[in-house]
Design a binder for this molecule. Sequence first.
Ligand code: ZN
Length: 94
Amino acid sequence: MYPIRTILHPTDFSEQARAAFDCAWPDYLPRCTEADFAENRRLRAATAWKYWMHDTGTLLPTQLASGRSKCFCGAALTIASVDDHIRQTHMDMA
Ligand SMILES: [Zn+2]
């Protein structure tokens, strides 16, 4: 299982930011679409995946001159395949 890593969470806000968040959230939330939530989950999974790659000492394809590396799960990666790999294999990290 992956460690839980919180990048930004409402509990991290200052009191003033928290009050502004609480005020704006009821107006913002009803305008969110399922696509917005899906994109948020994708971004959270991609961020968690990148941190897990870093924490396991696994280089990203963008960090190698070849543009190729392997995921911590063993899958071959290219710069172009990273997003699809995360979507297909690591959405549980969101
Ligand atoms: Zn993988």
